[in-house]
Design a protein around this ligand. Structure first.
Ligand code: KPL
Length: 304
């Protein structure tokens, strides 16, 4: 089976490597000639597993402007690059192509479904941990799971099978009929951990261990729960706060992705995380002052 992957960040490289190990034909689509040139210097992905064992895989690389048709595509870019990503390969998408959005944040999913009614659009939510030490060198930081479900108007997975390999070393994948629940859960957790760790300049674990930070977590969680409730969107059976503390403790030594973006003066995903929540609260006429304050403070951080 042939798969294209657009977005050669940590998660894109992780999936490329694992799909190749599962004997799939994987092509990574690189943004431009510069990236292609860097990749072609060795034409391999370097993978370091959780026991520090190293291995390689050899996906082919392409540019978006190539002509070869795309039938199965993972988009693993940052949420704010989704539109550009789609625009760059739109001419290559066959009718009934499968597109999996494996990204943080929300808002981009609806956009893609509306723009590509001839494709099957899937949402994916992952708790896997991985980071790049340099381009095309990915290190596995934590083993989680990836939940995938159809987003486009068809709701029966069995009608449009994604045909992922049954066994993929190192990845645990489940299909769901209710992907929006998992997207919302991830969004809610990210909306609490990511901006707070970036603004307080701390590792995830500090949100649970420092009493003053715990209070801030409680405030943002209450706002998010109020919005979810007004939308009749279930989150967790118990409190969101409990899950946020649990993720913060499980990833205690990590710097969140937003912390890393702010530290390196990169654009953050705030508009697709807390910004999405703010847009929903505006629709419902709810007041979410702390969420708004977090957005404003992150947006004020310098980035290139
Ligand atoms: O997904 C994450 C992120 O950093 O974006 C969390 C769950 C906060 C783990 O660091």
């Amino acid at each position: 089976m042939q798969w294209h992957i657009l977005g050669a960040g940590a998660i894109g490289c992780l999936w490329a490597h694992c799909l190749i190990k599962a004997k799939q034909d994987v092509r990574i689509i690189l943004r431009n000639e510069v990236h292609l040139h860097t990749y072609k210097a060795t034409s391999r992905l370097h993978y370091t597993d959780m026991d520090a064992r190293k291995s390689h895989s050899f996906p082919q690389a392409e540019l978006p402007s190539d002509a070869a048709p795309i039938t199965r595509l993972f988009i693993t870019t940052k949420a704010f690059s989704t539109q550009d990503a789609i625009d760059s390969i739109r001419h290559r998408l066959v009718d009934n192509a499968h597109i999996v959005l494996l990204q943080n944040g929300m808002g981009q999913h609806e956009q893609v479904c509306n723009q590509l009614p001839h494709c099957h659009v899937w949402g994916a939510s992952s708790t896997d941990g991985a980071y790049l030490t340099s381009p095309f060198h990915v290190t596995r930081a934590g083993k989680g799971e990836t939940i995938i479900g159809l987003l486009s108007r068809y709701n029966k997975l069995s009608d449009f099978p994604l045909l992922l390999p049954e066994k993929m070393d190192d990845l645990t994948v489940h299909l769901t009929q209710n992907i929006s629940l998992y997207l919302w859960r991830k969004l809610a957790i990210n909306a609490a951990i990511n901006p707070l760790t970036a603004l307080l300049d701390c590792r995830n674990g500090a949100l649970s261990s420092v009493p003053a930070y715990r209070q801030k977590v409680s405030i943002i969680c209450k706002e998010i729960e109020a919005i979810a409730e007004s939308l009749h969107q279930p989150l967790f059976e118990d409190s969101l706060e409990k899950h946020v503390f649990s993720v913060a403790e499980l990833t205690a030594n990590n710097f969140s992705s937003m912390h890393q973006d702010v530290t390196h003066k990169r654009k953050t995903e705030i508009d697709y995380i807390n910004g999405f929540i703010q847009a929903q609260s505006a629709l419902k006429g709810l007041d979410t002052p702390f969420n708004k304050q977090l957005i404003t403070s992150i947006q004020a951080k310098p980035h290139s």
